[in-house]
Write a protein that binds this ligand. Structure first.
Ligand code: IDP
Ligand code: MG
Length: 139
């Protein structure tokens, strides 16, 4: 299993608040290399599939609705220990609990609209990357 890649999205709130440039700058400044990137919008159906793991959670419908509400930036990032290091960079799910300097601390407003997604395991990084990108779109 590959350990040097993770998958991220700048969520609809991060895009709507005009943070694409700032977030990508923080990501590359932290040593991540962008090896695939796409500016796109999820349909409700695709958002439901992406977050199927959360289908039983009470916030699932709101999450699907929010994640399909506007454009997002999807990207694959490369760095040693990518999954864990990127989770550290984005901070806690709830921005109010995210450490100072983390992406969610800097750019997110709430638990549901928290600016950035990051894969939680190497296996999910591969699944999520393949959800958006073919092998020919990864550099
Ligand atoms: P993560 O994004 O930090 O990995 P997860 O538990 O995987 O957090 O949840 C996925 C996404 O679902 C979160 O990023 C957030 O947008 C949303 N979410 C998680 N928990 C809640 C909640 O309690 N209320 C509303 N939205 C939530
Ligand atoms: Mg998660």
């Amino acid at each position: 299993m590959r350990t040097n890649r993770t998958f991220t999205m700048i969520k609809p709130d991060g895009v709507a608040n005009n943070y694409i440039g700032a977030i990508l700058n923080d990501i590359t400044a932290a040593g991540f290399k962008i090896i695939a990137m796409k500016y796109t919008q999820l349909s409700p159906s695709l958002a439901g599939k992406f977050y199927a793991i959360h289908a039983e959670r009470p916030f699932y419908n709101d999450l699907v609705s929010f994640m399909s509400s506007g454009p997002i930036v999807a990207a694959i990032l490369e760095k040693d220990n990518a999954v864990a290091d990127f989770r550290t960079l984005i901070g806690a799910t709830d921005p109010a609990k995210a450490d100072a300097g983390t992406l969610r601390n800097k750019y997110a407003a709430s638990m549901s609209e928290n600016a950035v997604h990051g894969s939680d395991s190497n296996a999910n990084a591969e699944i999520e990357s393949a959800f958006y990108f073919t092998a020919f779109e990864q550099f």
